[in-house]
Design a binder for this molecule. Structure first.
Ligand SMILES: Cc1ncc(COP(=O)(O)O)c(C=O)c1O
Length: 400
């Protein structure tokens, strides 16, 4: 049986419309299919491959660590240099009082850890999250979703979760002395790329400070240069109480973390001790990959080039079928004039060899979030493929 057939038969699917791209290998800006086709990655596996695919420094770090030691003991028991060096470098870069790093394997686990730590630290149980936010698919993170269409079959969700609308200042009064934490993304990603307006994040932090509520910023998608700053909270001038990271952190390897002040993080280790643990969190091979990734990101100009690359994309991406382009750095949401155009448009672009993607909560917008290493020619080529697809659609549907 072909790999494709075996995949459909034995690998669990998460939707009824898998892209089914059979990957041969990937390098830099490109993913190659087993059919010999070459795809320009305008998507980064959803904001993961910021350094492109198989960056040589990351590959070398993985190789070296894999042949030195892999798993030795569950997280937090043994001192493993890749984790320690990573935590030291990250907190030095952050330079904002967030000095303690708890390693996990994925974004959703970072979210779970933060929800538990917030309840424990504050002794409160109410959690606020934003409408149209996505924080992961484990039950705690899932409970933060506002969209009943997604949550209805998983009920009951965890108690104590309430929602506020992102960018709605009036609703900040819902944060009270009963609120353990507010969790939000600095730029709402799956809602279709919604940046914060009018110092919203600062105002939210202010309200959290007044009420003794912890502000948790989920930078799982915005982190590691995506918005043009190493972290988006620096761009929007706010320091969260807890910072969550994953996705691009490992340069293609699975790793995430919750970062907090030492004083907050200390509560993880007591009452009860071992109340939140993980076997593989901060796996040494993944931590070594993360360390190499962070060194490349901070030792090159990729992040400082984000803003001019964003501007170039926006300048080129003009078409009568495009209603709006929302962006924060190299995370862009391109809204078409009708939701009916979205699937045929995405299909055309992918068949032409450029990978773009949907959002969870915006039925008329597609996502562009390329590796930060993308160059001008690749941007011009990718955008021209998108514009050609839109022209084709305009003619086929006789849109005037
Ligand atoms: C903002 C945000 N938070 C959390 C997650 C969950 O991360 P993971 O898929 O690694 O569990 C995602 C994943 O898309 C995300 O975009």
């Amino acid at each position: 049986m072909s790999i494709r057939k075996l995949y459909l038969e034995h690998v669990a699917q998460t939707s009824e419309m898998s892209m089914c791209l059979e990957v041969s290998h990937a390098e830099g800006m490109y993913i190659y299919g087993t059919d010999g086709k070459k795809y320009l990655d305008f998507n980064s596996g959803i904001s993961v491959s910021s350094l492109g695919h198989c960056h040589p420094d990351v590959v070398a770090a993985v190789r070296k660590q894999a042949s030195t030691y892999m798993h030795t003991m569950v997280y937090g028991e043994h001192i493993q240099a890749p984790q320690v060096e990573y935590a030291a470098l990250l907190t030095k870069i952050l330079d904002n009082g967030l000095t303690s790093v708890y390693f996990v394997n994925s974004g959703t686990e970072a979210v779970e850890a933060a929800l538990k730590l917030s309840r424990k630290y504050t002794g409160r149980h109410e959690i606020l999250s934003c409408s149209r936010a996505y924080h992961g698919s484990t039950l705690g993170a899932e409970s933060l979703r506002s969209d009943y269409e997604f949550t209805r079959n998983f009920m009951p969700s965890i108690p104590g979760v309430r929602h506020i609308d992102f960018n709605n200042e009036k609703q900040l009064s819902k944060i009270t002395k009963k609120t353990a934490c507010v969790i939000l993304e600095p730029v709402q990603a799956e809602a279709g790329i919604i940046p914060p307006e009018h110092d919203y994040l600062k105002k939210l932090k202010q309200r959290c400070t007044e009420t003794g509520t912890l502000m948790i910023l989920d930078e799982i998608q915005t982190g590691f240069g995506r918005t043009g700053y190493i972290f988006a909270h620096q761009k929007y001038n706010v320091v969260p109480d807890i910072l969550l990271i994953a996705k691009a952190m490992g340069g293609g390897m699975p790793i995430g973390a919750m970062v907090a002040k030492k004083e907050v993080m200390l509560h993880l280790a007591k009452d009860p001790s071992l109340g939140h643990i993980t076997t593989f969190g901060g796996h040494p091979v993944n931590a070594a990959a993360a360390l190499a990734t962070l060194k490349v990101l901070t030792g090159t100009d990729y992040i400082s080039q984000v803003s001019s690359k964003e501007s170039l994309i926006k300048r080129l991406l003009v078409h009568p079928l495009i209603r709006e382009v929302r962006s924060s750095g190299l995370m862009l949401g391109v809204e078409l004039t009708s939701p009916d155009l979205l699937t045929p448009m995405i299909d055309k672009v992918i068949s032409a060899g450029v990978l773009i993607d949907y959002f969870l909560f915006h039925n008329a917008s597609f996502r562009i979030s390329p590796p930060l290493i993308i160059n001008e020619d690749q941007i011009k080529y990718g955008v021209s493929v998108i514009l050609t697809a839109l022209d084709g659609l305009k003619n086929e549907k006789n849109i005037v």
